[in-house]
Design a protein around this ligand. Structure first.
Ligand SMILES: [Zn+2]
Length: 397
């Protein structure tokens, strides 16, 4: 299989698909790029088409079908010792699930408290008009530095992600022993990418397991788009559904949803500085790296795998919890159109990870670990984030 990213004039719109499988996408927000992914037997066709059209090739990668991969841990090997004994916490160590309003207040509070270092911003609005907010942590905002992007909450029911994102903010700002993590590295943290879905899952108990946003669809009794299937990289591929009643409904076209568009635009606006993209999900207890749209892995998968294993080892020192490490498809199955694939494939960020936080009692209560478990989950996750951040800071573009 081969992949080309081709720079084209803005007017170039028509791409004729050959009659059998391959994929072509304009990346609308990158305005002048077309991505072509082709099965081996069609490589010649595409190479000729590209050269006949005199289109400058930006990137060409060839994937080997034989590139087999063995994940570190099999799914039933992950170990979580939490319930052996109930931990006791000091009052200040306790963590809670927070409402959408509380998350936003928290972001504004830290901006006030750390005025000059923290800047809050709004990247856009949800379908129902709620703001999607984030903060930048930058010790020396006038100076350009490498940056790390951390987000959470794209899937409404995965409540533990926003808890960890807020914990990371608190650790970076209030814990002096973490001061080095903001030296020479800017942080962009967006704890809640899907406010409508989150509010829905919190305020309507029957909708506790709601995953999507709150868009209307062409089926009036089935609403919502899975925002993590709506990104424009092999959009519509395997592991996403065209049925609005499915929890994996990908939307009518790539970037059809305002939440995904807002996030995509934001990522592109900071892309030049981004060295690392971490997206928090739950509850597979795993560190995943691309791809989610195919069983294949990217050519640099060994770099991603090695760093993920280093992070996982650091996380395991907190409480003995072991996370799975491996490509998305191998560990949680196919899912085309995710923000992680898009960040790596379309934007070109090398280090992209989905951090699947633990569920405990997965799957019944997988999306709602007891609050006593939150401090351990957050501490473990932060130790992994620390390893990723140190790598991002030290790495040249
Ligand atoms: Zn998720």
């Amino acid at each position: 299989m081969a992949l080309w990213v081709v720079r084209t004039p803005r007017t170039f719109r028509t791409v004729v698909l050959p009659p059998s499988w391959s994929y072509v996408a304009r990346v609308p927000m990158l305005s002048s790029r077309v991505i072509v992914i082709s099965a081996p037997r069609l490589c010649g066709y595409w190479k000729r088409s590209i050269s006949e059209a005199v289109l400058p090739l930006h990137k060409e990668e060839t994937y080997n079908y034989q590139q087999e991969y063995q994940p570190t841990y099999h799914l039933n090997d992950a170990y979580n010792p939490f319930f052996k004994e109930t931990p006791q916490y000091k009052e200040e160590e306790k963590l809670q699930y927070s409402s959408f309003e509380q998350i936003n207040h928290y972001l504004l509070d830290v901006e006030r408290l750390y005025n000059g270092t923290v800047k809050s911003f709004e990247i856009g609005h949800s379908v129902e008009g709620r703001p999607i907010r984030g903060i930048r942590i930058s010790k020396n905002p006038g100076v350009r530095k490498p940056a790390l992007l951390l987000d959470a909450g794209i899937h409404a029911r995965e409540w533990v992600g926003p808890v960890v994102a807020q914990y990371a903010i608190q650790q970076l700002l209030a814990n002096a022993s973490n001061a080095n993590l903001t030296d020479g590295l800017d942080w962009y943290i967006l704890p809640m990418l899907n406010p409508d879905g989150y509010v829905f899952s919190m305020e309507h108990p029957p909708a506790r397991l709601w995953r999507k946003n709150k868009a209307q669809t062409f089926v009036n009794y089935c609403g919502g788009v899975d925002l993590n299937r709506n990104f424009d990289y092999v959009w519509g591929g395997p592991g996403s559904s065209d049925d609005p009643c499915s929890t994996n409904y990908r939307g009518p076209y790539p970037f059809s949803e305002p939440e995904a568009v807002a996030f995509g635009r934001f990522v592109l606006s900071i892309a030049q500085d981004l060295r690392m993209y971490l997206t928090l999900h739950s509850a597979a207890q795993a560190i995943l790296y691309p791809w989610g749209y195919t069983n294949l892995v990217p050519p640099d998968w060994q770099d991603l795998d090695a760093l993920a294993k280093k992070a996982e080892a650091a996380m395991s020192l907190v409480n003995g919890t072991r996370y799975h490490v491996g490509p998305t498809t191998k560990l949680v199955g196919l899912g085309a159109g995710g923000s992680d694939d898009w960040a790596k494939g379309a934007v070109g960020i090398k280090y992209v990870y989905t951090l699947e936080l633990p569920g405990l009692f997965y799957p019944e209560k997988g999306f709602h670990p007891p609050t006593e478990a939150l401090p351990i989950i957050a501490r473990e996750a932060f130790e992994g984030i620390r390893v990723f951040a140190e790598h991002a800071r030290n790495r040249r573009p």
